[in-house]
Design a protein around this ligand. Structure first.
Ligand code: NDP
Ligand code: GDR
Length: 372
């Protein structure tokens, strides 16, 4: 039987890497779109790389960009995908305030470009389409917890662009009978998470502070509440959504909520550090209250967390909590990883890489004379 063909935009990102791995394990031929960059940016998918000179290559990369219609049309025409997963986006909420027009172009109109390409190429009956929608759509929340029917109130240029993408996906489903659906995913993290999102910023900093490579972690709004899951669990849902009889939109979440401050406490605890928070607002600090075990070098009394207002957002999303009942009932899905397990995995990975950095620093770098 011929294997299914999938096309993933954003294949070099966190979800793209996990999804590509999942689809390859299911026997798919996987095509990914990656942007040209001046450095290699394929770290997350290097383990999946297949030599193009050997036969039966099942993982192929194409240069492309969501802001370039003709490029998208050409790739989709060439690949003739059974499934397209649109994961590419300027995905950083804070950065979207700095680059609002680009964000609208890539995240909003980019989605339209793919849907139009499917239509122009006559693939509306063949190609199934998944749109990476987001809990940021709920923004200033109108209902707790948030589910498929909760009204949207986006609070950033990113969320507004994603709202366009959400509705254009629904519209193409209704107008042209396409199998197109939105996964409204709440925050999901992993050791592959970008270093500037709050969870990875925390786990990386805590590991480096423990090893004496960094003094302090500077954060913005530590009271923000999020529903955090594991990216590996969530990409499984992206695939499941395209395997149903009818296309539908689903909320994917854990149904459990924690604050950024709690995330810091949990991450530090993984390395034996107990943090006590004191002060309020911009003056809040996190001080080492206790150190157990031999993983952390910091001392009781050290201030290792401070607030830096530069990380505040012009409009903030204070609280998000998802209700995944529909996904549980209709798709039989439950998240496999608890927050504490997720934190442990992320801290462990960052501790291992910080240890490597610290050993290099301790041992010094020796330049060998190859003539010796
Ligand atoms: P990442 O930021 O890790 O990955 C984004 C990917 O999009 C990268 O491969 C990036 O390429 C690519 N990209 C960005 N701009 C363009 C462009 N103009 N053209 C082509 N590719 C582009 O995001 P995640 O993997 O975490 O998220 C995947 C998707 O899911 C995103 O759309 C995000 O908005 C959405 N989402 C994520 C959630 C989460 O918690 N992770 C929750 C809900 C939705 P490069 O490597 O070159 O930068
Ligand atoms: P978010 O994730 O905005 O929810 O978007 P992020 O990790 O950036 O922020 C979560 C919360 O933490 C607060 N915060 C900080 N955030 C960052 N990045 N850096 C800090 O120093 C910091 N201090 C506090 C933020 O204000 C916020 O409240 C992510 C992205 O993956 C989106 O693409 C996706 O759509 C949503 O999750 C669901």
């Amino acid at each position: 039987m011929k294997s299914k063909v999938a096309l993933i935009t954003g294949v070099t990102g966190q979800d793209g890497a996990y999804l590509a791995e999942l689809l390859l394990s299911k026997g798919y031929e996987v095509h990914g779109i990656k942007r040209r960059s001046s450095l290699f940016n394929t770290d997350r998918i290097d383990h999946l790389y297949q030599d193009p000179h050997v036969d039966n290559q099942r993982f192929k990369l194409h240069y492309g960009d969501l802001t370039d219609s003709t490029n998208l049309i050409r790739i989709i025409q060439q690949v003739q995908p059974d499934e397209i997963y649109n994961l590419a986006a300027m995905s950083h909420v804070a950065v979207s305030f700095e680059e609002p027009e680009y964000t609208a172009n890539a995240d909003g109109i980019g989605t339209l470009r793919i849907l139009e390409a499917i239509r122009i190429l006559g693939l509306t009956k063949k190609t199934r389409f998944y749109q990476a929608s987001t809990s940021e759509l709920y923004g200033l929340v109108q209902e707790i917890p948030q589910k498929e029917t909760t009204p949207f109130y986006p609070r950033s240029p990113y969320a507004v662009a994603k709202m366009y993408a959400y509705w254009i996906t629904v519209n193409y489903r209704e107008a042209y009978g396409m199998y197109a659906c939105n996964g409204v995913l709440f925050n999901h993290e992993s050791p592959l998470r970008g270093e500037t999102f709050v969870t990875r910023k925390i786990t990386r900093a805590v590991a480096r502070i423990a090893l004496g490579l960094q003094d302090c972690l500077y954060l913005g709004n530590m009271s923000a509440l999020r529903d955090w899951g594991h990216a590996k669990d969530y990409v499984e849902m992206q695939w499941m959504m395209l395997q149903q009889d009818q296309p539908e939109d689903f909320v994917i979440a854990t149904g459990v909520q924690y604050s950024v401050r709690q995330f810091v406490e949990f991450a530090a605890a993984e390395l034996g550090i107990t943090i006590a928070f004191e002060g309020e607002g911009e003056q809040e600090i996190g001080r080492v209250a206790q150190v157990q075990g031999d993983k952390a070098k910091c001392k009781v009394g050290d201030v290792i967390v401070r607030v830096d207002p530069r990380y505040f957002r012009p409009t903030e999303v204070e609280t998000l909590l998802g209700d995944p009942t529909k996904a549980k009932d209709k798709l039989g899905w439950t998240p496999k990883t608890t927050l504490r397990e997720l934190v442990a995995e992320m801290v462990q990975a960052d501790y291992t890489s910080a240890r490597r950095d610290s050993l290099v620093k301790l041992a010094g770098f020796q330049a060998y004379d190859y003539n010796e």
